[in-house]
Design a protein around this ligand. Structure first.
Ligand code: NAP
Length: 292
C-alpha cells in the first residue's frame, strides 16, 4: 500500500505558485475572504487560507461581517467586491449562519471572481468540459492528487460516495470529462442507493465524501483499489487534549492494507483544498476580467 501524501503534494503546488506569483507583472493577486460569525471550524479554515495566501505572495483581504448581517447586506458586500478592480477572487466561507441563503450568495459572486467555483456558471463549465472556469477546490484537489500519484482514470470504474454540490457531483463530472487523466466510468452513491457495498466492491477508484466516520469497511472494497477519503469526522478521544480526533469516511486501519493507494485523514484531501483555492486565485489574476 502506498500513502497519497496530500501535505507533500499541496506543498509542492504552493511552491510552484510562489514562483509563479513572483514572476507576475504588476500588482499581486488579491483574494477576499468573507467569514460571517465565529463558527470555530470556519475561523480555523479562514486563518489557514490567509496564512497560505501570505506564503505565496497573494494578498488575503479578510472581511468579517457581524453574524447579524442580513441577506441584503451580504449581497451588497458581494456587489462591492465584484466591482472592486483590486480584488481578483472572492471566497465566502461555508457554512453561513442559518438565516442566510448560501446558494444565493454563491450565485451573486461574479463568475470571473468565483474562485471557490460554487456559482452556477463555474459548475456549468465543469459539465461542459470548459477549462476557462474555476473548478471548486475540493474536487479539483482530488483530481490533482490522483494525477500526481500516477493514477490515470481512463477506463476505470470510479465509485463516488456522496452527491453534494460541494464534492460528490462536481468530482463525478470531472472524472467523466473527455480529457487526459479523466475518462472514467462513474457510479454515484447516496443515502437512497440500494445495495451500496455491491457497488463499492466494483470500484477501481473509490472517492468517499459522505461525512460518516469509518463508513467504508474492508468487506466493501476490492483489493488493489485506490481510495480518496474526503471525509472529515470528529470522534471522541480521551487521549487528546481537544477530546476528539479527526477520522475519514474510511476505516483506515482495516482498509489501507488492501488498497494500492490511499489518502490519510488528516493529511490527504484537506491540504489540497487550500492549495487549489490559491491556484484558482492566481488564475483569476491572470485572466483579469475573464472570458466573456
Ligand atoms: P454533505 O453535503 O453532507 O453530503 C453528504 C452526502 O453523503 C450526501 O449526498 C448524502 O446522501 C450522502 N450520504 C450520507 N450518509 C450516507 C450513507 N449512510 N450512505 C450513502 N450516502 C450517504 O457533505 P459534503 O459537504 O459533501 O462533505 C462530505 C464529507 O467531506 C464531510 O465529512 C466533510 O467534512 C468532508 N469535506 C472535506 C473537505 C476537505 O477539504 N477535505 C471539503 C469538503 C467536505 P443524500 O444526498 O442522499 O443525503
Amino acid at each position: 500500500m502506498q500513502l497519497i501524501d496530500g501535505n507533500q503534494i499541496a506543498s509542492d503546488i504552493i511552491a510552484e505558485l510562489r514562483t509563479e506569483v513572483a514572476a507576475l507583472p504588476g500588482r499581486k493577486p488579491c483574494l477576499a475572504l468573507v467569514r460571517v460569525g465565529e463558527d470555530p471550524a470556519s475561523v480555523s479554515y479562514v486563518r489557514k487560507k490567509e496564512r497560505t495566501a501570505a506564503e505565496i505572495g497573494v494578498e488575503g483581504r479578510v472581511i468579517l461581517p457581524p453574524v447579524t448581517i442580513t441577506q441584503a447586506e451580504l449581497l451588497a458586500l458581494i456587489d462591492t467586491l465584484n466591482a472592486d478592480h483590486a480584488v481578483d477572487g472572492i471566497l465566502v466561507q461555508s457554512p453561513l449562519p442559518k438565516h442566510l441563503d448560501e446558494l444565493a450568495v454563491f450565485r451573486r459572486i461574479a463568475p470571473h471572481k468565483d474562485v471557490d467555483g460554487l456559482g452556477t456558471m463555474n459548475l456549468g463549465k465543469v459539465a461542459q468540459d470548459d477549462d476557462t472556469g474555476f473548478v471548486s477546490c475540493t474536487p479539483a484537489g482530488i483530481m490533482e492528487l490522483l494525477a500526481r500519484s500516477g493514477v490515470d482514470l481512463k477506463g476505470k470504474h470510479v465509485v463516488v460516495l456522496g452527491r453534494s454540490l460541494l464534492v460528490g457531483k462536481p468530482v463525478a463530472l470531472l472524472v467523466l470529462q473527455k480529457k487526459s487523466g479523466a475518462n472514467g466510468t462513474v457510479t454515484i452513491c447516496h443515502s437512497a442507493t440500494a445495495n451500496l457495498p455491491a457497488l463499492t466492491r466494483q470500484a477501481d477508484v473509490l472517492i468517499a465524501a459522505i461525512g460518516r466516520a469509518g463508513f467504508v469497511t474492508a468487506d466493501m472494497i476490492k483489493p488493489g483499489v485506490v481510495i480518496i477519503d474526503v471525509g472529515i469526522n470528529r470522534v471522541a478521544d480521551a487521549t487528546k487534549k481537544t477530546g476528539y480526533r479527526l477520522v475519514g469516511d474510511v476505516d483506515f486501519a482495516a482498509v489501507s492494507p488492501l488498497a494500492s493507494q490511499i489518502t490519510p485523514v488528516p493529511g490527504g484531501v484537506g491540504p489540497m483544498t487550500v492549495a487549489m483555492l490559491m491556484k484558482n486565485t492566481v488564475k483569476a489574476r491572470r485572466q483579469g476580467a475573464g472570458p466573456a
